[in-house]
Design a protein around this ligand. Structure first.
Ligand SMILES: NC(=O)c1ccc[n+]([C@@H]2O[C@H](COP(=O)([O-])OP(=O)(O)OC[C@H]3O[C@@H](n4cnc5c(N)ncnc54)[C@H](O)[C@@H]3O)[C@@H](O)[C@H]2O)c1
Ligand SMILES: O=C(O)[C@H](O)CO
Length: 325
């Protein structure tokens, strides 16, 4: 097996990098790190494999990389790529589904609890020295157990979230997804419904579906208007699925009680974003899968995917286009 040229465009644990270096010649250049963009661009013309994440591999990048055969993304989401275009060009696109499912579901549920019980807001209250008497109603939160959980996108993570809600917190679950699937829960604990029904009937609306042409801007003024007054929106999917201006309006007008956001239109969130300082927003820096165990598992899986694909073998998980109907 001949050595190939691999471009590593995000930091890997040393042992995973060593696995690649054992078989291939490696250039390390992260275009998001100051001073490394030129090295990234310079490596593209000879790159046959790439591994990384969080950087758009667009037409401009691909035009510079005519020898590319494999891209291994350290993510489950494929929105940094044009998967069908890559497929047409014969480039294998691998990703890391499954190994992060439970970790992301944990974080989504943490956001449900934190927004409803006002955890971050009350932490600020104590730190700022405002706790000088028993708290009054103005600082009370709202119960989570028994409330209705609405999930948009009932795939791996959506189902793991539904388990936590239904079995851990006795919450009725409503879900809407592109491809109908059984709930995976005991009879009567979760129901597939329309998007409109999720929006109208849920106390919590959690987004955990991919960013695609169909889902971009999916939640806008009309969808916010359908929500129960006092609903809480959690976006653990991708920022552009929610229209940020409409989200701010819904928070301002009291339609939404709070929003828990792990993802944003522009990441990192610009310092002048109104979402950064909004009192009803719980903002996290895209950390759904960011635990030591899971980020390591993602890097291992992505490395294995890259090595298998460069050997001409089937990777553990690769994109394949939906069959034509
Ligand atoms: N915040 C984070 O750090 C983080 C971490 C992992 C994943 N994610 C996001 O979560 C997404 C889901 O991950 P997963 O592993 O559960 O994927 P998955 O493929 O198992 O599930 C996605 C679900 O969304 C549904 N869906 C797709 N298009 C839809 C549409 N137009 N309307 C309704 N439903 C639609 C699919 O039918 C599927 O059930 C990823 O694509 C990624 O964007 C975010
Ligand atoms: O899609 C994913 O895996 C997460 O959002 C991390 O990028």
């Amino acid at each position: 097996m001949s050595r190939r040229q691999v471009l590593v465009y995000r930091q890997l644990p040393p042992d995973q990098l060593a696995r690649i270096q054992q078989e291939h010649d490696v250039v390390i250049a992260n275009p998001r790190v100051a001073g490394q963009k030129d090295a990234f661009l310079k490596a593209l013309p000879t790159a046959e494999g790439m591994i990384g994440s969080s950087y758009p591999i667009d037409e401009e990048v691909l035009t510079l990389a005519p020898r590319l055969e494999v891209i291994s993304s350290i993510s489950v989401g494929l929105d940094q790529f044009s998967p069908d275009a890559l497929h047409r060009r014969g480039i294998t696109l691998c990703h890391t589904p499954g190994v992060l499912t439970e970790t992301v579901a944990d974080l989504l549920f943490a956001m449900v609890l934190a927004t409803s019980r006002r955890v971050a807001e009350l932490d600020r209250y104590v730190r700022e020295g405002q706790w000088n008497r028993s708290v009054g109603e103005d600082l009370y939160g709202w119960d989570v157990h028994g409330k209705t959980m609405g999930i948009l996108g009932y795939g791996r993570i959506g189902q793991a979230l539904a388990h936590r809600a239904a079995l851990g917190f006795n919450m009725p679950v409503l879900y809407h997804t592109r491809t109908p699937v059984p709930s995976g829960l005991p009879e009567g604990r979760a129901q597939p419904v329309t998007l409109r029904e999720v929006l109208m009937q849920s106390d919590f609306i959690v987004l955990v579906l991919p960013l695609t042409e169909q889902t971009r801007g999916l939640i806008g003024p009309q969808e916010f208007a359908l929500m129960k007054p006092g609903a809480i929106l959690i976006n653990g999917a991708r920022g552009p699925i929610v229209q940020e201006a409409a989200l701010l309006q819904a928070l301002e007008h009291g339609q939404l009680r709070a929003a828990g956001l792990d993802v944003f239109d522009i990441e990192p969130l610009p310092v002048d974003s109104l979402l950064r300082t909004h009192p009803k927003v719980l903002a996290l820096p895209h950390v759904g899968s960011a635990t030591h165990e899971t980020r390591r598992a993602m890097c291992e899986m992505a490395t294995t995917n890259l090595l298998l694909a460069l050997q001409g073998k089937q990777p553990l998980a690769a994109y394949s286009p939906a069959p034509a109907r």
